[in-house]
Ligand binder design. Structure first.
Ligand code: BES
Ligand code: MN
Ligand code: ZN
Length: 525
C-alpha cells in the first residue's frame, strides 16, 4: 500500500472516503467545516446522543458533489488522554475495513482533531494499521474464484444456490464479491508536516510484517527452504543487504550435525540463510536476529496427528518475521549492524530420517540424544545460534514457534520471553509493548537443565512435559556461548484468529515489528 502525508484541510482533499478520527473530549465544533460538507450528519448525531466520540462510535455522511471527499466517516477513538498507539493502529485498520465495505481502493485518514495526541509514535501506529489492514493473500486463488467464490459457497450447502442470481452481486442476498484491494492511503491534516518521518517508519515496519505474513501464508509445497533462500536473495537485492546461503555441503563443512539431522527425512534440501545490514559503525558488533524456518513440521518419525497438521506450514514464522524485519531495516537504513540467520528445513518421516534414540553431533561439539524427532526446532536453532555466537554479537534474539507448551502457558495474546541478560529482556518487553506484540518472561534457572540429562549423550532434546517452554529454552542456551541472548517462543502468537481490525485470520507476522522496535531503539543510542 502507498501511504502519503498531505498537509491540507481535509475538506479540500478529493478522496472516495475521508475517515476523520474524533476524540470524545475535544470540541466537536472544530469539525464544523467538514460536517457542513457532509450534510451536517455529525451535529445531528451528536444532538441525538448517538455520537459522543467513544471508541466504535461512527457516523457517515456524503460530500456535496463539489471538490473534496465523496464520503466522510467520523470515527470515535475515545478520550484523547487515554489514546494509545494501539488505539490509532486499530483506527487505521478500521479505516481500511470501511474502505472495503464501500468498495473503494483508496482512502484518506485525518487525525488532525486529536490535537497533541497525534504525536510521532501514534502517527507511526496509524500508518502501521493502514498498511497491515491492506494485506491479503490471493496469489493462489484463480481469477474466476476471486469474486465471491460462488462455486465454493454453493458446494458447501450452507446457502441455497437458487437465491444467488448467478452473476455475483446485485441480488437481495447482499454483495458477496471480494472488495477490491485498498492500495493507497493519505494522512491528511493542517499540521501534518511532522508526520512524514513516523509515516515512513510505520509504513516500512508494516510492509516488512506483511512480507512475513505472505511467506507464512504460502503452503509448504511453495515455501520450501530453497524458496525462503530465494526470497532472502530478492530482499537483499531490493534494499541492499549482503546475502549468504549455506546448503548441505557447506553445513557438512561447518559440522552442523543437528541441523542436518532434521533435514535427513526429506527430499527438500535444507538452507541456512544469512542476511547482513551494515547500517552501524564499521567494526561494531552486530545485533543478530535468528528465526526458525521450519517450512513444514510433520514431526518426523515421531509423526504428529493429522488434525490441524496443515497449520505446521507456519513453523517457519520466526524465520519469516526475521526476513520481514531485514526488509524494513534495509529500506529505512537503520543505523545499526544487523545480521539475520534463518535455519530452514522440512521435518518429514522419510526413509533416511533421524529416529528416536539416535545421537547427533551439533556444531558446538555437544552430542544430542534425539528422544523425540518432533522437538526439531531446537536442533536447527542450536547450530544456527552457535554459528551466530562466533561473530561476537552485541546481542542475539531468536524467535521460533518452538513449543505447544507455550500455547498452554500464555495462550494467543503474548509470546514467551526467556534469556540470559536482564537488560536485553527489559528492552524486548518494552519493544513488544510499543509494537502491541507483547511478550512475558518465564524463568530460566539451572534447575530445569537437569530435565535434559541423557544417559548416552551430552544432553537429550526433550525434557518431558513439565515446563516444556522453559526446558526448550534451556536447550537453546547451551549453544549461545557468552553472548547476551533472548528467545521468543511465538507458538501461540504467530498465527491464529486475532480480533483486531488491522489483522485477518491466519498469519500475524509476529514478532516482526517487535524486533524492529528493538533494533531502532538500539540504533538510536
Ligand atoms: N513446531 C512445534 C511447536 C508448535 C506446536 C508450534 C503447536 C505451534 C503450535 C515444535 O516443533 C514441536 O513439535 N514441539 C513439540 C516438542 C515436544 C516433542 C517436546 C511440542 O511442543 O509438542
Ligand atoms: Mn516439531
Ligand atoms: Zn516445529
Amino acid at each position: 500500500m502507498r501511504v502519503e502525508v498531505v498537509p491540507r484541510d481535509p475538506e479540500t482533499v478529493a478522496t472516495p472516503l475521508m475517515v476523520v478520527l474524533v476524540a470524545s473530549d475535544r470540541p466537536f465544533e472544530e469539525l464544523g467545516a467538514l460536517d457542513r460538507m457532509a450534510g451536517g450528519v455529525l451535529g445531528r448525531a451528536v444532538r441525538a446522543g448517538d455520537f459522543r466520540g467513544r471508541k466504535g462510535d461512527r457516523v457517515l455522511g456524503y460530500g456535496d458533489d463539489r471538490e473534496g471527499p465523496d464520503r466522510v466517516l467520523f470515527l470515535g477513538v475515545g478520550h484523547s488522554a487515554s489514546l494509545t498507539g494501539e488505539g490509532l493502529r486499530r483506527a487505521g485498520g478500521s479505516a481500511v475495513r470501511a474502505a472495503e465495505d464501500h468498495r473503494v481502493s483508496s482512502l484518506a485518514l485525518c487525525p488532525d482533531h486529536l490535537g497533541g495526541a497525534a504525536d510521532s509514535s501514534r502517527v507511526q501506529a496509524a500508518a502501521e494499521g493502514l498498511v497491515l489492514a491492506s494485506w491479503r493473500f490471493a496469489e493462489l486463488v484463480s481469477p474466476d474464484h476471486r469474486d465471491g467464490g460462488e462455486a465454493l459457497a454453493e458446494s458447501d450447502g450452507a446457502t441455497d444456490a437458487g437465491d444467488r442470481g448467478g452473476t455475483g452481486g446485485g441480488t437481495d442476498v447482499g454483495d458477496e464479491r471480494t472488495p477490491p484491494p485498498v492500495e493507497a492511503a493519505v494522512l491528511v491534516g493542517r499540521r501534518a508536516a511532522p508526520w512524514e518521518e513516523p509515516v515512513r517508519i510505520g509504513h516500512a515496519f508494516a510492509e516488512g510484517e506483511n512480507l512475513a505474513r505472505t511467506l507464512q501464508a504460502r503452503p509448504g509445497n511453495v515455501a520450501t527452504p530453497s524458496h525462503l533462500a530465494a526470497e532472502a536473495e530478492r530482499i537483499a537485492a531490493e534494499v541492499g543487504l549482503e546475502c549468504e546461503i549455506l546448503g548441505p555441503g557447506e553445513m557438512e563443512a561447518e559440522r552442523m550435525g543437528a541441523l542436518l539431522s532434521v533435514a535427513r527425512g526429506s527430499r527438500e534440501e535444507p538452507r541456512l540463510i544469512v542476511l547482513r545490514h551494515r547500517g552501524g559503525d564499521g567494526g561494531a558488533p552486530p545485533l543478530v536476529l535468528v528465526g526458525k524456518g521450519l517450512t513444514f513440521d510433520a514431526g518426523g518419525i515421531s509423526l504428529k496427528p493429522a488434525k490441524g497438521m496443515e497449520d505446521m506450514k507456519y513453523d517457519m514464522s520466526g524465520g519469516a518475521a526475521v526476513l520481514g524485519a531485514m526488509l524494513a531495516a534495509g529500506r529505512l537504513g537503520l543505523a545499526a549492524n544487523v545480521t539475520a540467520v534463518v535455519p530452514s528445513s522440512e521435518n518429514l518421516p522419510g526413509g533416511s530420517a533421524t529416529k528416536p534414540g539416535d545421537v547427533v553431533r551439533s556444531r558446538a561439539g555437544r552430542t544430542i540424544e534425539v528422544i523425540n524427532t518432533d522437538a526439531e526446532g531446537r536442533l536447527i536453532l542450536a547450530d544456527a545460534l552457535h554459528y551466530a555466537a562466533g561473530w561476537n554479537p552485541a546481542a542475539i534474539v531468536d524467535c521460533a514457534t518452538l513449543t505447544g507448551a507455550c500455547v498452554i502457558a500464555l495462550g494467543h495474546h503474548r509470546s514467551a520471553l526467556l534469556g540470559n541478560d536482564e537488560t536485553l529482556l527489559a528492552e524486548l518487553r518494552a519493544a513488544g509493548d510499543r509494537a502491541a506484540e507483547p511478550c512475558w518472561p518465564l524463568p530460566l534457572d539451572g534447575a530445569y537443565r537437569r530435565q535434559l540429562k541423557s544417559e548416552v549423550a551430552d544432553l537429550k532434546n526433550v525434557g518431558g512435559r513439565p515446563a516444556g517452554t522453559i526446558t526448550a529454552a534451556c536447550f537453546l542456551s547451551e549453544f549461545t556461548g557468552s553472548a547476551p541472548w533472548a528467545h521468543l517462543d511465538i507458538a501461540g502468537t504467530a498465527y491464529g484468529k486475532p480480533k483486531k481490525p488491522y489483522l485477518r485470520h491466519g498469519p500475524a507476522g509476529v514478532p516482526c515489528r517487535l524486533l524492529l522496535e528493538w533494533v531502532r531503539e538500539r540504533a538510536g543510542r
